[in-house]
Design a binder for this molecule. Structure first.
Ligand SMILES: Nc1ncnc2c1ncn2[C@@H]1O[C@H](COP(=O)(O)OP(=O)(O)O)[C@@H](O)[C@H]1O
Ligand SMILES: [Mg+2]
Length: 507
Protein backbone atom coordinates (compact mmCIF):
# COMPACT_ATOMS: atom_id res chain seq x y z
CA UNK A 1 0.00 0.00 0.00
CA UNK A 2 1.21 3.48 -0.77
CA UNK A 3 0.59 6.21 1.60
CA UNK A 4 -0.34 9.50 -0.04
CA UNK A 5 -0.24 12.81 1.70
CA UNK A 6 -3.74 13.36 0.33
CA UNK A 7 -4.97 10.64 2.70
CA UNK A 8 -3.90 12.84 5.47
CA UNK A 9 -6.36 14.42 7.79
CA UNK A 10 -6.29 18.19 7.89
CA UNK A 11 -2.73 19.10 8.80
CA UNK A 12 -2.35 20.04 12.38
CA UNK A 13 -5.76 18.74 13.25
CA UNK A 14 -4.41 16.64 16.02
CA UNK A 15 -6.75 17.66 18.75
CA UNK A 16 -10.46 17.27 18.84
CA UNK A 17 -12.88 19.93 19.85
CA UNK A 18 -13.21 18.77 23.40
CA UNK A 19 -9.91 19.86 25.01
CA UNK A 20 -10.21 23.28 23.50
CA UNK A 21 -13.79 23.56 24.71
CA UNK A 22 -12.71 22.61 28.21
CA UNK A 23 -9.87 25.09 28.18
CA UNK A 24 -12.14 27.79 26.86
CA UNK A 25 -14.57 27.15 29.68
CA UNK A 26 -11.77 27.75 32.19
CA UNK A 27 -10.75 30.96 30.45
CA UNK A 28 -14.35 32.13 30.45
CA UNK A 29 -14.72 31.34 34.11
CA UNK A 30 -12.13 34.07 34.59
CA UNK A 31 -9.66 31.92 36.39
CA UNK A 32 -6.58 34.14 36.26
CA UNK A 33 -3.90 31.44 36.25
CA UNK A 34 -3.99 28.20 34.33
CA UNK A 35 -1.24 25.67 34.72
CA UNK A 36 -0.63 23.22 31.90
CA UNK A 37 1.98 20.58 32.47
CA UNK A 38 2.60 19.46 28.94
CA UNK A 39 5.18 19.46 26.22
CA UNK A 40 2.55 20.06 23.57
CA UNK A 41 3.50 23.70 23.16
CA UNK A 42 2.53 24.25 19.55
CA UNK A 43 -0.86 22.72 20.13
CA UNK A 44 -1.50 24.77 23.22
CA UNK A 45 -0.51 27.99 21.50
CA UNK A 46 -2.88 27.13 18.63
CA UNK A 47 -5.65 26.49 21.11
CA UNK A 48 -4.93 29.79 22.86
CA UNK A 49 -5.12 31.61 19.55
CA UNK A 50 -8.50 30.10 18.70
CA UNK A 51 -9.91 30.81 22.12
CA UNK A 52 -8.65 34.37 21.98
CA UNK A 53 -10.33 34.88 18.62
CA UNK A 54 -13.63 33.50 19.80
CA UNK A 55 -13.56 35.42 23.07
CA UNK A 56 -12.21 38.59 21.46
CA UNK A 57 -9.10 38.68 23.54
CA UNK A 58 -5.65 39.75 22.53
CA UNK A 59 -3.21 36.88 22.81
CA UNK A 60 0.51 36.78 23.49
CA UNK A 61 3.16 34.20 24.07
CA UNK A 62 6.34 34.71 25.99
CA UNK A 63 9.50 32.66 26.19
CA UNK A 64 12.88 33.52 27.61
CA UNK A 65 14.51 33.33 24.20
CA UNK A 66 11.94 35.18 22.15
CA UNK A 67 10.39 37.57 24.61
CA UNK A 68 6.76 38.51 24.16
CA UNK A 69 5.13 37.95 20.77
CA UNK A 70 1.56 38.83 19.89
CA UNK A 71 -0.19 35.90 18.27
CA UNK A 72 -1.81 38.40 15.94
CA UNK A 73 1.02 40.65 14.64
CA UNK A 74 -1.31 43.63 14.74
CA UNK A 75 -1.27 43.45 18.55
CA UNK A 76 2.52 43.49 18.87
CA UNK A 77 3.50 46.17 21.43
CA UNK A 78 5.73 48.95 20.15
CA UNK A 79 8.39 48.36 22.74
CA UNK A 80 9.96 44.96 23.09
CA UNK A 81 8.99 43.06 26.23
CA UNK A 82 11.71 40.57 26.91
CA UNK A 83 12.51 39.90 30.55
CA UNK A 84 10.35 37.70 32.71
CA UNK A 85 9.74 40.61 35.06
CA UNK A 86 8.84 42.89 32.23
CA UNK A 87 6.22 40.57 30.87
CA UNK A 88 4.55 40.36 34.28
CA UNK A 89 4.58 44.15 34.54
CA UNK A 90 3.13 44.37 31.07
CA UNK A 91 0.33 42.00 32.02
CA UNK A 92 -0.35 43.91 35.20
CA UNK A 93 -0.68 47.17 33.32
CA UNK A 94 -2.42 45.77 30.32
CA UNK A 95 -5.46 47.81 29.45
CA UNK A 96 -7.08 45.27 27.19
CA UNK A 97 -8.64 41.89 27.79
CA UNK A 98 -5.93 39.44 26.98
CA UNK A 99 -4.59 35.93 27.18
CA UNK A 100 -0.91 35.35 27.91
CA UNK A 101 0.86 32.07 27.32
CA UNK A 102 4.08 31.92 29.32
CA UNK A 103 6.33 29.10 28.17
CA UNK A 104 8.72 27.41 30.57
CA UNK A 105 8.15 29.87 33.36
CA UNK A 106 8.96 27.38 36.10
CA UNK A 107 12.38 28.79 37.12
CA UNK A 108 10.73 32.13 37.97
CA UNK A 109 8.15 30.53 40.19
CA UNK A 110 10.93 30.12 42.72
CA UNK A 111 11.37 33.84 42.98
CA UNK A 112 9.36 35.89 45.48
CA UNK A 113 9.07 38.95 43.24
CA UNK A 114 7.70 36.98 40.32
CA UNK A 115 5.29 35.15 42.58
CA UNK A 116 4.06 38.43 44.01
CA UNK A 117 3.56 39.85 40.51
CA UNK A 118 1.46 36.85 39.58
CA UNK A 119 -0.56 37.26 42.73
CA UNK A 120 -1.15 40.94 41.96
CA UNK A 121 -2.32 39.97 38.49
CA UNK A 122 -4.66 37.40 39.95
CA UNK A 123 -6.09 39.81 42.50
CA UNK A 124 -6.73 42.43 39.86
CA UNK A 125 -8.31 40.24 37.30
CA UNK A 126 -11.84 40.97 38.36
CA UNK A 127 -11.40 44.44 36.90
CA UNK A 128 -9.92 43.18 33.67
CA UNK A 129 -10.22 40.00 31.73
CA UNK A 130 -6.69 38.66 31.95
CA UNK A 131 -5.70 35.02 31.81
CA UNK A 132 -2.17 33.78 32.24
CA UNK A 133 -1.44 30.29 31.01
CA UNK A 134 1.74 28.75 32.36
CA UNK A 135 2.95 25.98 30.10
CA UNK A 136 5.86 23.70 30.79
CA UNK A 137 6.90 20.13 31.13
CA UNK A 138 6.88 20.26 34.93
CA UNK A 139 5.44 23.20 36.83
CA UNK A 140 5.04 23.44 40.53
CA UNK A 141 2.85 26.32 41.61
CA UNK A 142 3.78 27.97 44.89
CA UNK A 143 1.15 27.49 47.59
CA UNK A 144 0.13 31.13 47.69
CA UNK A 145 -0.91 31.05 44.03
CA UNK A 146 -2.97 27.88 44.26
CA UNK A 147 -6.24 29.64 45.16
CA UNK A 148 -6.08 31.48 41.84
CA UNK A 149 -4.97 28.57 39.74
CA UNK A 150 -6.70 25.97 37.61
CA UNK A 151 -4.88 22.89 36.36
CA UNK A 152 -5.51 21.87 32.83
CA UNK A 153 -4.48 18.50 31.51
CA UNK A 154 -3.97 17.99 27.82
CA UNK A 155 -5.77 14.76 27.00
CA UNK A 156 -3.77 12.17 25.09
CA UNK A 157 -4.68 11.73 21.44
CA UNK A 158 -7.40 9.19 20.70
CA UNK A 159 -6.86 6.31 18.27
CA UNK A 160 -8.23 8.38 15.41
CA UNK A 161 -6.05 11.31 16.31
CA UNK A 162 -3.00 9.04 16.50
CA UNK A 163 -3.89 7.76 13.04
CA UNK A 164 -4.18 11.35 11.85
CA UNK A 165 -0.73 12.17 13.18
CA UNK A 166 0.78 9.08 11.54
CA UNK A 167 -0.75 10.13 8.22
CA UNK A 168 0.51 13.69 8.70
CA UNK A 169 4.01 12.48 9.43
CA UNK A 170 3.95 10.15 6.41
CA UNK A 171 2.80 13.05 4.27
CA UNK A 172 5.57 15.28 5.56
CA UNK A 173 8.12 12.55 5.01
CA UNK A 174 6.93 12.20 1.41
CA UNK A 175 7.11 15.93 0.84
CA UNK A 176 10.66 16.01 2.11
CA UNK A 177 11.71 13.10 -0.06
CA UNK A 178 10.70 14.22 -3.51
CA UNK A 179 7.05 13.20 -3.14
CA UNK A 180 7.94 9.60 -2.51
CA UNK A 181 5.22 7.56 -0.91
CA UNK A 182 5.72 5.81 2.35
CA UNK A 183 5.42 2.08 1.71
CA UNK A 184 3.29 0.22 4.17
CA UNK A 185 0.37 -2.11 4.67
CA UNK A 186 -2.95 -1.53 6.39
CA UNK A 187 -1.97 -4.09 8.97
CA UNK A 188 1.33 -2.38 9.79
CA UNK A 189 -0.43 0.98 10.12
CA UNK A 190 -3.09 -0.50 12.38
CA UNK A 191 -0.45 -2.07 14.58
CA UNK A 192 1.61 1.09 14.69
CA UNK A 193 -1.41 3.20 15.63
CA UNK A 194 -2.37 0.74 18.30
CA UNK A 195 1.11 0.79 19.71
CA UNK A 196 1.27 4.57 19.85
CA UNK A 197 -1.90 5.08 21.82
CA UNK A 198 -1.17 6.37 25.29
CA UNK A 199 1.51 8.81 24.20
CA UNK A 200 1.31 12.57 23.78
CA UNK A 201 0.95 14.03 20.31
CA UNK A 202 4.61 15.09 20.27
CA UNK A 203 5.78 11.61 21.17
CA UNK A 204 3.44 9.96 18.66
CA UNK A 205 4.91 12.21 16.01
CA UNK A 206 8.45 11.42 17.05
CA UNK A 207 7.92 7.66 17.09
CA UNK A 208 5.95 7.65 13.84
CA UNK A 209 8.91 9.38 12.25
CA UNK A 210 11.23 6.85 13.81
CA UNK A 211 9.14 4.03 12.34
CA UNK A 212 9.36 5.52 8.86
CA UNK A 213 13.04 5.97 9.44
CA UNK A 214 15.26 6.59 6.46
CA UNK A 215 13.82 3.87 4.34
CA UNK A 216 10.33 5.24 3.89
CA UNK A 217 8.75 2.00 4.96
CA UNK A 218 6.43 1.32 7.85
CA UNK A 219 6.56 -2.42 8.36
CA UNK A 220 5.68 -4.76 11.15
CA UNK A 221 9.35 -5.51 11.67
CA UNK A 222 9.88 -1.96 12.88
CA UNK A 223 7.40 -2.29 15.68
CA UNK A 224 9.66 -3.82 18.33
CA UNK A 225 11.96 -0.83 17.95
CA UNK A 226 9.02 1.53 18.29
CA UNK A 227 7.78 -0.25 21.40
CA UNK A 228 11.16 -0.05 23.01
CA UNK A 229 11.30 3.68 22.34
CA UNK A 230 7.78 4.04 23.71
CA UNK A 231 8.71 2.27 26.89
CA UNK A 232 11.68 4.53 27.33
CA UNK A 233 9.50 7.58 26.77
CA UNK A 234 7.17 6.48 29.54
CA UNK A 235 10.26 6.79 31.67
CA UNK A 236 8.86 4.80 34.54
CA UNK A 237 11.49 2.90 36.29
CA UNK A 238 10.70 0.54 39.05
CA UNK A 239 8.98 -2.74 39.16
CA UNK A 240 8.39 -3.18 35.45
CA UNK A 241 11.22 -3.83 33.09
CA UNK A 242 11.29 -4.11 29.37
CA UNK A 243 12.72 -7.48 28.37
CA UNK A 244 14.79 -7.05 25.29
CA UNK A 245 15.51 -10.71 24.99
CA UNK A 246 12.74 -12.89 23.71
CA UNK A 247 12.91 -16.55 22.75
CA UNK A 248 11.59 -18.64 19.90
CA UNK A 249 9.61 -21.78 20.41
CA UNK A 250 12.15 -23.47 18.18
CA UNK A 251 14.58 -23.07 21.09
CA UNK A 252 12.29 -24.94 23.44
CA UNK A 253 12.09 -28.72 23.58
CA UNK A 254 8.54 -30.03 23.83
CA UNK A 255 5.60 -27.84 24.90
CA UNK A 256 3.73 -28.57 21.68
CA UNK A 257 0.26 -28.27 23.11
CA UNK A 258 1.06 -24.99 24.83
CA UNK A 259 2.60 -23.62 21.69
CA UNK A 260 -0.47 -24.55 19.68
CA UNK A 261 -2.70 -23.02 22.35
CA UNK A 262 -0.85 -19.72 22.04
CA UNK A 263 -0.72 -19.75 18.25
CA UNK A 264 -4.45 -20.27 17.97
CA UNK A 265 -4.99 -17.19 20.11
CA UNK A 266 -2.36 -14.97 18.55
CA UNK A 267 -4.62 -13.46 15.94
CA UNK A 268 -7.37 -12.74 18.45
CA UNK A 269 -4.93 -11.02 20.72
CA UNK A 270 -3.90 -8.45 18.16
CA UNK A 271 -7.07 -8.02 16.15
CA UNK A 272 -10.17 -6.39 17.41
CA UNK A 273 -11.93 -9.46 18.65
CA UNK A 274 -15.36 -10.55 17.54
CA UNK A 275 -17.85 -9.80 20.23
CA UNK A 276 -18.48 -13.49 20.75
CA UNK A 277 -14.84 -14.30 21.45
CA UNK A 278 -13.17 -13.26 24.65
CA UNK A 279 -9.66 -12.01 24.03
CA UNK A 280 -6.95 -14.17 25.58
CA UNK A 281 -6.05 -12.87 29.04
CA UNK A 282 -3.34 -15.03 30.41
CA UNK A 283 -1.88 -18.31 31.53
CA UNK A 284 -0.40 -19.60 34.72
CA UNK A 285 2.57 -21.90 34.27
CA UNK A 286 3.16 -24.17 37.19
CA UNK A 287 5.94 -26.62 37.44
CA UNK A 288 9.28 -27.98 38.23
CA UNK A 289 12.09 -25.50 38.38
CA UNK A 290 14.37 -25.35 35.37
CA UNK A 291 11.87 -26.87 32.96
CA UNK A 292 11.44 -23.80 30.81
CA UNK A 293 8.74 -21.60 32.35
CA UNK A 294 10.71 -18.40 31.97
CA UNK A 295 11.66 -19.48 28.48
CA UNK A 296 7.99 -19.94 27.58
CA UNK A 297 7.12 -16.45 28.82
CA UNK A 298 9.70 -15.05 26.43
CA UNK A 299 8.49 -17.20 23.57
CA UNK A 300 4.87 -16.19 24.20
CA UNK A 301 5.82 -12.57 23.57
CA UNK A 302 7.41 -13.63 20.30
CA UNK A 303 4.30 -15.54 19.25
CA UNK A 304 2.05 -12.62 20.12
CA UNK A 305 4.50 -10.26 18.42
CA UNK A 306 4.19 -7.98 21.39
CA UNK A 307 6.74 -6.50 23.77
CA UNK A 308 7.51 -8.36 26.96
CA UNK A 309 7.31 -6.51 30.25
CA UNK A 310 8.48 -8.19 33.39
CA UNK A 311 7.04 -7.42 36.77
CA UNK A 312 9.49 -7.89 39.60
CA UNK A 313 7.85 -8.55 42.96
CA UNK A 314 11.18 -8.35 44.74
CA UNK A 315 11.55 -4.70 43.76
CA UNK A 316 7.90 -4.06 44.56
CA UNK A 317 8.31 -5.19 48.14
CA UNK A 318 11.75 -3.83 48.85
CA UNK A 319 11.95 -0.54 47.07
CA UNK A 320 8.39 0.63 47.47
CA UNK A 321 7.67 -0.55 50.94
CA UNK A 322 4.71 1.42 52.26
CA UNK A 323 3.33 2.26 48.84
CA UNK A 324 3.33 -1.21 47.44
CA UNK A 325 -0.22 -1.38 46.11
CA UNK A 326 -0.05 2.02 44.49
CA UNK A 327 3.09 1.02 42.67
CA UNK A 328 1.57 -2.22 41.55
CA UNK A 329 -1.40 -0.32 40.16
CA UNK A 330 0.97 2.04 38.39
CA UNK A 331 2.76 -0.92 36.85
CA UNK A 332 -0.55 -2.24 35.55
CA UNK A 333 -1.33 1.19 34.13
CA UNK A 334 1.99 1.25 32.34
CA UNK A 335 1.31 -2.22 30.97
CA UNK A 336 -2.02 -1.01 29.62
CA UNK A 337 -0.38 1.99 28.00
CA UNK A 338 2.13 -0.40 26.46
CA UNK A 339 -0.59 -2.76 25.29
CA UNK A 340 -0.76 -4.90 23.31
CA UNK A 341 1.94 -6.51 25.39
CA UNK A 342 2.78 -9.59 27.38
CA UNK A 343 3.14 -9.04 31.10
CA UNK A 344 5.37 -11.61 32.68
CA UNK A 345 5.10 -12.18 36.40
CA UNK A 346 7.88 -14.55 37.22
CA UNK A 347 7.58 -16.64 40.36
CA UNK A 348 4.30 -15.09 41.32
CA UNK A 349 4.26 -16.99 44.60
CA UNK A 350 6.90 -14.57 45.83
CA UNK A 351 4.45 -11.73 45.35
CA UNK A 352 1.16 -13.12 46.50
CA UNK A 353 1.98 -15.95 48.88
CA UNK A 354 0.57 -15.34 52.29
CA UNK A 355 3.37 -14.54 54.65
CA UNK A 356 2.86 -14.48 58.37
CA UNK A 357 4.56 -11.22 59.08
CA UNK A 358 3.26 -8.74 56.56
CA UNK A 359 0.04 -7.32 58.04
CA UNK A 360 -2.06 -8.66 55.20
CA UNK A 361 0.02 -6.83 52.62
CA UNK A 362 0.36 -9.82 50.34
CA UNK A 363 -3.40 -10.34 50.52
CA UNK A 364 -3.95 -6.77 49.42
CA UNK A 365 -1.44 -7.24 46.64
CA UNK A 366 -3.32 -10.35 45.57
CA UNK A 367 -6.57 -8.38 45.69
CA UNK A 368 -5.11 -5.59 43.58
CA UNK A 369 -3.89 -8.14 41.06
CA UNK A 370 -7.15 -10.07 40.85
CA UNK A 371 -9.19 -6.89 40.51
CA UNK A 372 -7.02 -5.72 37.68
CA UNK A 373 -7.15 -9.16 36.05
CA UNK A 374 -10.92 -9.09 35.93
CA UNK A 375 -11.39 -5.43 35.04
CA UNK A 376 -8.66 -4.65 32.57
CA UNK A 377 -9.87 -3.62 29.16
CA UNK A 378 -6.64 -3.50 27.21
CA UNK A 379 -4.89 -6.41 25.54
CA UNK A 380 -2.33 -7.29 28.17
CA UNK A 381 -1.61 -11.01 28.14
CA UNK A 382 -0.38 -12.21 31.52
CA UNK A 383 2.11 -15.04 31.79
CA UNK A 384 2.54 -15.90 35.44
CA UNK A 385 4.94 -18.61 36.54
CA UNK A 386 5.20 -20.45 39.83
CA UNK A 387 7.46 -23.19 41.19
CA UNK A 388 5.76 -23.69 44.49
CA UNK A 389 2.04 -24.33 44.34
CA UNK A 390 1.79 -24.89 48.06
CA UNK A 391 2.42 -21.20 48.56
CA UNK A 392 -0.14 -20.08 46.03
CA UNK A 393 -3.36 -18.73 47.47
CA UNK A 394 -6.35 -20.81 46.30
CA UNK A 395 -8.13 -17.75 44.81
CA UNK A 396 -5.40 -17.44 42.26
CA UNK A 397 -5.77 -20.93 40.85
CA UNK A 398 -9.53 -20.93 40.90
CA UNK A 399 -11.12 -21.58 37.50
CA UNK A 400 -11.61 -18.51 35.40
CA UNK A 401 -8.79 -16.36 36.74
CA UNK A 402 -6.46 -17.43 33.98
CA UNK A 403 -7.55 -18.82 30.64
CA UNK A 404 -5.60 -21.95 31.46
CA UNK A 405 -3.22 -23.36 34.02
CA UNK A 406 -0.44 -25.32 32.40
CA UNK A 407 1.78 -27.79 34.14
CA UNK A 408 5.40 -27.69 33.06
CA UNK A 409 6.65 -31.14 33.87
CA UNK A 410 10.05 -32.76 33.69
CA UNK A 411 10.77 -33.51 30.04
CA UNK A 412 9.71 -36.84 28.55
CA UNK A 413 12.37 -38.94 26.76
CA UNK A 414 11.24 -37.46 23.47
CA UNK A 415 11.50 -33.94 24.82
CA UNK A 416 14.90 -34.68 26.31
CA UNK A 417 15.99 -35.55 22.79
CA UNK A 418 14.75 -32.17 21.54
CA UNK A 419 16.44 -30.35 24.39
CA UNK A 420 19.72 -32.17 23.76
CA UNK A 421 19.59 -31.32 20.07
CA UNK A 422 18.83 -27.68 20.80
CA UNK A 423 21.64 -27.23 23.29
CA UNK A 424 24.26 -29.24 21.44
CA UNK A 425 23.61 -27.32 18.24
CA UNK A 426 23.57 -24.03 20.10
CA UNK A 427 27.20 -24.77 21.04
CA UNK A 428 28.16 -25.90 17.55
CA UNK A 429 28.37 -29.53 18.56
CA UNK A 430 27.27 -32.21 16.11
CA UNK A 431 24.56 -34.42 17.63
CA UNK A 432 25.60 -37.21 15.27
CA UNK A 433 28.79 -37.57 17.32
CA UNK A 434 26.77 -38.59 20.36
CA UNK A 435 24.79 -41.63 21.34
CA UNK A 436 21.59 -39.75 22.05
CA UNK A 437 19.62 -42.81 23.15
CA UNK A 438 22.09 -43.44 25.93
CA UNK A 439 22.08 -39.80 27.07
CA UNK A 440 18.29 -39.70 27.04
CA UNK A 441 18.27 -42.77 29.22
CA UNK A 442 20.72 -41.47 31.83
CA UNK A 443 19.10 -38.03 32.05
CA UNK A 444 15.83 -39.44 33.32
CA UNK A 445 14.47 -37.00 35.88
CA UNK A 446 16.62 -34.13 34.60
CA UNK A 447 15.11 -30.75 33.89
CA UNK A 448 15.93 -28.88 30.68
CA UNK A 449 18.14 -26.61 32.68
CA UNK A 450 20.05 -29.54 34.21
CA UNK A 451 20.61 -31.09 30.80
CA UNK A 452 21.92 -27.77 29.53
CA UNK A 453 24.16 -27.37 32.59
CA UNK A 454 25.59 -30.86 32.11
CA UNK A 455 26.56 -30.01 28.55
CA UNK A 456 28.14 -26.73 29.63
CA UNK A 457 30.13 -28.26 32.50
CA UNK A 458 31.27 -31.19 30.40
CA UNK A 459 32.50 -28.76 27.76
CA UNK A 460 34.67 -27.04 30.37
CA UNK A 461 36.10 -30.35 31.47
CA UNK A 462 36.81 -31.31 27.87
CA UNK A 463 38.39 -27.95 27.22
CA UNK A 464 40.69 -28.42 30.21
CA UNK A 465 41.76 -31.74 28.76
CA UNK A 466 42.24 -30.02 25.42
CA UNK A 467 39.80 -32.02 23.39
CA UNK A 468 36.28 -31.39 22.13
CA UNK A 469 33.38 -32.70 24.08
CA UNK A 470 32.89 -36.44 23.81
CA UNK A 471 30.12 -38.82 24.76
CA UNK A 472 32.20 -40.02 27.72
CA UNK A 473 32.71 -36.50 29.11
CA UNK A 474 29.01 -35.85 28.92
CA UNK A 475 27.98 -39.14 30.52
CA UNK A 476 30.54 -38.61 33.30
CA UNK A 477 29.13 -35.16 33.98
CA UNK A 478 25.56 -36.46 34.01
CA UNK A 479 26.49 -39.14 36.52
CA UNK A 480 27.85 -36.47 38.82
CA UNK A 481 24.66 -34.44 38.68
CA UNK A 482 22.04 -34.90 41.36
CA UNK A 483 18.88 -33.63 39.70
CA UNK A 484 16.39 -31.69 41.73
CA UNK A 485 13.73 -34.29 41.04
CA UNK A 486 15.78 -36.77 43.06
CA UNK A 487 17.02 -34.39 45.72
CA UNK A 488 13.48 -33.16 46.22
CA UNK A 489 11.63 -36.24 45.06
CA UNK A 490 8.75 -35.85 47.49
CA UNK A 491 8.11 -32.28 46.62
CA UNK A 492 8.15 -32.96 42.91
CA UNK A 493 5.78 -35.90 43.38
CA UNK A 494 3.45 -33.75 45.43
CA UNK A 495 3.49 -31.10 42.73
CA UNK A 496 2.65 -33.63 40.02
CA UNK A 497 -0.10 -35.12 42.10
CA UNK A 498 -1.64 -31.74 42.70
CA UNK A 499 -1.29 -30.75 39.05
CA UNK A 500 -2.80 -33.91 37.66
CA UNK A 501 -6.34 -32.86 38.49
CA UNK A 502 -6.08 -29.11 38.19
CA UNK A 503 -3.88 -28.31 35.24
CA UNK A 504 -3.30 -29.06 31.60
CA UNK A 505 0.01 -30.58 30.46
CA UNK A 506 2.17 -28.59 28.04
CA UNK A 507 2.48 -31.53 25.65
N1 LIG B 1 12.17 -27.33 27.51
C1 LIG B 1 13.36 -26.72 27.36
N2 LIG B 1 13.92 -26.61 26.14
C2 LIG B 1 15.10 -26.01 25.99
N3 LIG B 1 15.81 -25.47 26.99
C3 LIG B 1 15.31 -25.53 28.22
C4 LIG B 1 14.05 -26.16 28.48
N4 LIG B 1 13.81 -26.06 29.79
C5 LIG B 1 14.84 -25.41 30.34
N5 LIG B 1 15.77 -25.08 29.40
C6 LIG B 1 17.04 -24.37 29.61
O1 LIG B 1 17.16 -24.07 30.99
C7 LIG B 1 17.21 -22.66 31.20
C8 LIG B 1 16.45 -22.30 32.45
O2 LIG B 1 15.09 -22.60 32.30
P1 LIG B 1 13.94 -21.61 32.81
O3 LIG B 1 13.07 -21.26 31.67
O4 LIG B 1 14.54 -20.49 33.55
O5 LIG B 1 13.16 -22.57 33.79
P2 LIG B 1 12.08 -22.20 34.90
O6 LIG B 1 11.64 -20.81 34.66
O7 LIG B 1 11.00 -23.20 34.66
O8 LIG B 1 12.74 -22.40 36.21
C9 LIG B 1 16.59 -22.07 29.96
O9 LIG B 1 17.08 -20.78 29.72
C10 LIG B 1 17.02 -23.05 28.89
O10 LIG B 1 18.32 -22.75 28.43
MG1 LIG C 1 12.19 -19.23 35.89
Amino acid sequence: MNFHPSHSSTPGSVFTESPIRDLEAIVRSRTPLIVMESSEEPQIVRMARQIAQRQQLKAFRWSVTEGMQALDPADQPLLAVEKSNDVLNYIKNSASNALFVLLDFHPYLQDAVHVRHLKDIALNCSKKYVTVMLVGYALKMPEELLPFTAQFRMPLPSADEVRGIVFDVAGEWGAEHGQRDVQTTNKAIDLLVRNLIGLSATDVRRLALKAINDDGVISESELPEVMRAKYELLGRDGILSFEYETAKFSEIGGMHRLRHWLEVRQEFFLEETEASLDPPRGVLLLGVQGCGKSLIAKAAAAIFRAPLLRLDFGVLYNKYYGETERNLRKAFETAEVMSPCVLWMDEIEKGVAVQNDDDGLSRRILGTFLTWMSERKKPVFVVATANDIMRLPPELVRKGRFDEIFFVDLPSPENRRDILLIHLRKRSLDPAEFDLEKIIEVTKGFSGSEIEQAIVSAMYTARAKRHTLTQEDLIAEIHQTRPLSIVMAEKVEELREWASTRTVPCD
